[in-house]
Design a protein around this ligand. Structure first.
Ligand SMILES: NC(=O)c1ccc[n+]([C@@H]2O[C@H](COP(=O)([O-])OP(=O)(O)OC[C@H]3O[C@@H](n4cnc5c(N)ncnc54)[C@H](OP(=O)(O)O)[C@@H]3O)[C@@H](O)[C@H]2O)c1
Length: 230
């Protein structure tokens, strides 16, 4: 199984990467990252024989390099755990921040998934898994900069699933509630307890990967049970 993981150096991406390397040791991983230091730390926890890294610092300028690396890797699975937290009340939304959130939460995830999709189409096999958010299903206070792009990614996933189905492609989205990661540092308010761990999301990914080829899960909602807000 050849698996590309985008956002592998993020907290959820890292948990997914480590969980796959432990539970599916035969899997080959192509890990996409931006930050050299985070990459170095992650690589220490992985077997070098099954792992390769690709820097996606300037993804649009380096489209050909990224696509050719994907092509050579011959992936069957693409997992995207890229995203960033931007929060403001409606009346305070700044348009530059809106553009940055669009890029991190929609444009880059869509762009990278599209490159994988282009490889999956002719090989008539492939599974795209988006780590989306409960914010794709419901608007939240302070969510004007974040929720719209998560909703948009859900829309793109649905289109990919419907267009790709006749070519044997699967597209799944996981919608976690609030997960204990560094993204929470940016949130205006955080529940005191009841947070999910990145490993909970990793377990959901593993569940999808272990299903039979005849089974399909389009949407997996991973809610916080019993949230208490500060
Ligand atoms: N934490 C939560 O409560 C929560 C809940 C539901 C959904 N999610 C979603 O889960 C995903 C992972 O988030 P996380 O909580 O693990 O946060 P995180 O630790 O900050 O990870 C975010 C990942 O996205 C990458 N990234 C951010 N902006 C990027 C950009 N412009 N270009 C390329 N890569 C970029 C980061 O790269 P670097 O490693 O280089 O920084 C990192 O790998 C996100 O889509 C997030 O929206 C999070």
């Amino acid at each position: 199984m050849n698996i590309i993981i985008a956002g592998a150096t993020g907290d959820i991406g890292k948990a997914i990467t480590i969980s796959i390397s432990q539970h599916l040791p035969e899997a080959k991983l192509l890990l996409l990252y931006r930050d050299q230091e985070k990459k170095a730390l992650l690589s220490k926890q992985l077997s070098p024989s099954n792992t390769q890294f690709l820097c996606i610092q300037h993804p649009f300028q380096n489209k050909d390099i990224i696509f050719n690396t994907f092509l050579k890797f011959q992936p069957q699975i693409f997992i995207c755990a890229i995203g960033d937290g931007f929060y403001a009340k409606v009346e305070n939304v700044d348009l530059e921040e809106l553009d940055k959130s669009y890029e991190a939460n929609f444009k880059i995830p869509f762009f990278l998934a599209q490159l994988a999709y282009k490889i999956f189409l002719p090989q008539k096999k492939g599974h795209i898994i988006f780590i989306n958010s409960i914010s794709a299903l419901e608007g939240f206070p302070y969510g004007s900069l974040y929720c719209p792009f998560k909703f948009a990614l859900k829309g793109a996933a649905e289109v990919m699933a419907k267009e790709g189905k006749r070519y044997g492609l699967k597209v799944s989205s996981i919608y976690p509630g609030i997960v204990k990661t560094k993204l929470l540092d940016k949130m205006p308010f955080v529940p005191k307890k009841g947070l999910l761990n990145p490993e909970d999301v990793a377990q959901a990914v593993l569940y999808l990967l272990k299903l039979s080829p005849y089974a399909e899960v389009k949407d997996l909602l991973l809610k916080n049970n019993n949230l208490a807000w500060r």
